[in-house]
Write a protein that binds this ligand. Structure first.
Ligand code: NCD
Length: 319
């Protein structure tokens, strides 16, 4: 009997939307293999990206994602260049495409970029030979966050299919939600979006017809296997959509009292950064059901898997 060898077909990770369930599973399985490397007591490094030049281009703030990518690159033995967006020629009026063409002239193998413009990565991918990884583009997608969320859920529950996941908060402005919606629905999870009507656009059901929308967190909590809390994105103007923080907290904050309505087995996720006392209280964020720091830990093997599979398009297996 011969087992068919899966060849990862993508050159870029621009979002989760273009991936099918097989590609997502390949990424999660590869991440599992790299988790073993990250947990070694001594040398947590493999030569999988040796001699590959990786450029990190972060035009928007980032703590977790940027550090996680850099640690993942170091664990894969890549050569790393961190492009300082503030001191770059972009501030002198150079276009993104010109910056990209100049970078291209230095022959990088992979570019990891965070940018405020949705679709900036697609534009870049048309002008560059390097593989492009989207580390967040405006309110559009944040594919590696969704992959690490899925990895964390799959590790905890042993599966994604059939899981009931509520995503609560600033749905309107969240790229984390959009990537999670693509991923979770492709993998057969049941997603409910929760928040005030102004933050949960009904039109989202046009793109993802199988999801549910609720404005009553208390009512949907008892059915959920996992609750993913989101920060209010004040920097993207969300303040205009809610009457006030006090009102929001009253109906949508996850606190111990509210969490009592959920099943004992229900877990809590958050992509960070947390606004303690707003969308989530410290007792829940630090409590026994939270997987928040597991998400951060899992981000490293997940990003190793993404960069490895994009740079090895011929289906080579884990070294
Ligand atoms: C998120 C982001 O930047 O989109 N954070 C992250 O990458 N871990 C979510 C947020 O900023 O609220």
């Amino acid at each position: 009997m011969t087992t068919e060898r899966y060849i990862f077909p993508h050159k870029h990770l621009l979002g989760i939307e273009p991936l099918d369930s097989r590609a997502i599973t390949a990424l999660l399985d590869q991440a599992q293999a790299f988790e073993e490397v990250c947990e070694r007591p001594d040398i947590k490094i493999v030569p999988a990206l040796r001699k590959k030049l990786v450029v990190n281009l972060f035009f928007e703030n980032s703590t977790r994602t940027r550090n996680s990518f850099e640690i993942a690159q170091k664990r894969l033995s890549a050569e790393i260049v961190n492009f300082d967006a503030d001191s770059s020629s972009l501030s002198k009026g150079e276009t993104l495409v010109d910056t990209a063409l100049n970078l291209e002239a230095m022959h990088p193998d992979l570019i990891v970029m965070r940018h405020s413009a949705p679709g900036a990565h697609t534009l870049l991918s048309r002008h560059m030979k390097a593989s492009i990884v989207n580390a967040g583009d405006g309110a559009h997608e944040h594919p590696t966050q969704a992959l690490l969320d899925a990895y964390t859920l799959r590790k905890h529950f042993g599966k994604l299919e059939g899981l009931k996941v509520a995503i609560v908060g600033d749905i309107r402005n969240s790229r984390v939600v959009r990537s999670n919606l693509w991923l979770l629905t492709k993998m057969g999870a049941k997603v409910t979006l929760v928040g005030p009507p102004t933050l949960v656009p009904q039109e989202m059901k046009t793109t993802w017809p199988d999801i549910a929308i609720s404005h009553d967190l208390d009512a949907i909590l008892p059915e959920q296997d996992a609750i993913m809390m989101l920060r209010i994105q004040f920097e993207r103007g969300t303040g205009r959509y809610i009457p006030g923080q006090g009102e929001y907290i009253k109906f949508f904050q996850l606190n111990d009292q509210r969490l009592k309505r959920a099943k004992d087995t229900c877990v809590v996720l958050h992509p960070g950064p947390i606004n303690r006392g707003v969308e989530i209280t410290s007792e829940v964020a630090d409590g026994p059901r939270n997987l928040i720091l597991d998400q951060v830990t899992n981000g490293v093997p997940v990003r190793m898997a993404v960069m490895y599979l994009l740079c090895h398009p011929h289906g080579e297996q884990v070294p």
